[in-house]
Design a protein around this ligand. Structure first.
Ligand code: NAD
Length: 498
């Protein structure tokens, strides 16, 4: 339990020995108006880590009122002044890197080594966004010499950002910094599975940002519904599943008001390998693309459908299987661990259910497919990294997002046909093509219906480059200049001299 208090998230202990972490809004720590609480368990051990408030619409109303007042002054600040404060947040994150990485590993089940990288990246994102304030600009349009016709960009006001569980600290940083630099106040809702990272960020910003500018509200679907149906919140940004995005669309409509919404959702991402690609490099990339070793495959952008040309398939698998089997599973807090545990036992059961159904559909398990034998890992939802081959296109393992460490291998022989198969799902987040033939690479990259395509790469993402999905994988881009820009709205001003 000490890790929570060492990150100074827990302020009091009540309910016997159960630590209680209040949420943060109106510039102070809040217990929540209903008194209801949510229990948060460590995925790897099942140990009760603590409780957080289960926020309600009344908490949203109070947080909104304070944020609304704070946002006026925040938006009036020069972008350079806002930028300086965001740099100070980055400094403070870097100063607590080890503590935050340990908190993150305990809370999420992700390995601590990978979480050090996530925390460092969170700080870098604050620095990146801090420098973008002056670029959130309009333009002058020379339609006549008798007037001035120009656009300016304004923040929305108070915005809601709702995020998923898989990169709790990184998502909290990224989603907050982009909206803040544009002059908005932010109400952030982390996942109910992993609330502590966002609360740690609130603690870090507490003495840096003006009170009310950043709030972190804890809760589940009820809180999410209260945020997205609040009439004053005109901009909603959501990272999570397609299912919840559809609910949010309905909830927002129930407010009776039109809202600006962006969605970063799931994927079933294809990696198309042409016969001239190097089998060893492809195998290494296929492992990296699955994100086995940072989030146990629980990544929206994982290349989970590996389309191997039939002339190269056997040679790729020869390299792939030993690489997958060599991945070191272990406790998230062990620095030697490469792959931790899934977020919950329900999530693992779901993955095992997919594997069983895949086998019934005709797939074969080439690696993994079961829980590890190690008795030291018996208490957590661990799952061995899994490779399925001979997966029929119609199998759930080829069509649905599993959101776990399960790679489906499919074979192909005709390039136009494989592109059609790659594009056949309602998802369109990431995709990859592997070949040394530049014409084929560009042709396939152009034809893939995805928002983010790698040529001879996988997994790599940078906060300076926009990332977003097509089709059911989302609306709008995060990162780059696009994300902070999307937290502004344009006004056209037409002035006539004569
Ligand atoms: P989820 O949709 O179950 O939950 C996401 C968030 O939505 C949580 O904070 C949850 O409390 C909240 N929520 C639940 N019901 C809500 C409601 N009715 N109204 C408002 N908010 C509500 O997703 P998850 O299980 O946390 O994450 C996994 C999913 O997220 C996968 O589909 C994955 O692909 C996707 N994801 C996408 C990206 C991306 O950038 N495209 C990144 C990470 C995760």
């Amino acid at each position: 339990m000490t890790y929570i208090s060492s990150s100074k998230v827990v302020h009091s202990t009540d309910d016997g020995d159960v630590p209680f972490a209040p949420m943060f809004h109106s510039g102070t720590w809040q217990e929540g108006q209903s008194g209801r609480r949510l229990a948060v368990h460590e995925p790897a051990t099942g140990v009760l880590l603590g409780q957080v408030p289960d926020a309600t619409a009344a908490d949203v109303a109070a947080a909104y009122a304070s944020a609304k007042r704070a946002q006026v002054g925040w938006a009036r600040m020069a972008p350079s002044e806002r930028g300086k404060l965001l740099h100070r947040v980055a400094d403070a994150i870097e100063g607590s890197l080890e503590d935050l990485a340990r908190l993150e590993a305990t809370d999420s089940g992700n390995p601590v080594t990978a979480m050090r990288r996530d925390v460092a990246k969170g700080a870098e994102i604050f620095r990146h966004m801090a420098g973008l304030g002056y670029l959130l600009k309009g333009e002058v349009i020379p339609i006549s010499t008798e007037g001035l016709h120009y656009t300016r960009r304004y923040p929305y006001g108070v915005v809601a950002r709702i995020v998923a569980f898989n990169h709790p600290f990184l998502f909290a940083c990224g989603r907050v910094a982009s909206a803040l630099v544009a002059g908005n106040a932010v109400l952030l809702k982390p996942s109910e599975h992993t609330p502590f990272a966002a609360l740690a960020l609130a603690r870090i910003t507490q003495d840096i940002l003006p009170p009310g500018v950043l709030s972190v509200l804890t809760g589940g679907a009820e809180l999410g519904a209260a945020l997205t149906s609040h009439r004053g919140i005109e901009r909603i940004s959501f990272t999570g599943s397609v299912r919840t995005a559809l609910k949010i669309s309905e909830q927002a409509a129930r407010s009776g008001h039109v809202k600006s919404m962006s969605f970063e959702l799931g994927g079933k991402n294809p990696m198309v390998v042409l016969p001239d690609a190097d089998p060893e490099k492809v195998a290494a990339a296929a492992v990296r693309g699955m994100n086995f070793m940072a989030v146990q495959g629980q990544s929206c952008g994982s290349t989970t459908r590996l389309f191997l040309h039939r002339d190269i398939a056997a040679r790729v698998l020869e390299h792939l299987v030993p690489r997958v089997e060599a991945i070191r599973l272990g406790r998230p807090d062990d620095p030697d661990t490469e792959m931790g545990c899934l977020i919950s036992h329900e999530a693992r059961d779901r993955c095992l259910g997919f594997i069983e159904q895949g086998v019934r559909d005709g797939a074969r398990v080439l690696a993994g497919g079961s829980v590890p034998d190690d008795p030291g890992l018996a208490s957590g939802p661990y799952l061995r990294p899994t490779v399925l081959v001979d997966v029929p296109d119609t199998s759930v393992c080829a069509t649905q997002e599993i959101f776990g460490p399960v790679l489906s291998v499919l074979e192909w022989s005709d390039l136009d046909d494989v592109v059609e198969r790659a594009n056949s799902l309602p998802y369109g987040l990431t995709a990859a093509v592997w070949t040394d033939d530049i014409r084929s690479a560009l042709r396939v990259a152009d034809a893939l219906e995805s928002g983010y395509v790698w040529i001879n790469d996988v997994e790599f993402r940078h906060y300076a480059v926009p990332f977003g999905g097509w089709k059911d994988s989302g609306i709008g881009d995060e990162y780059g200049l696009d994300e902070p820009m999307s937290f502004t709205r344009s006004k056209t001003i037409v002035a006539t001299y004569s």
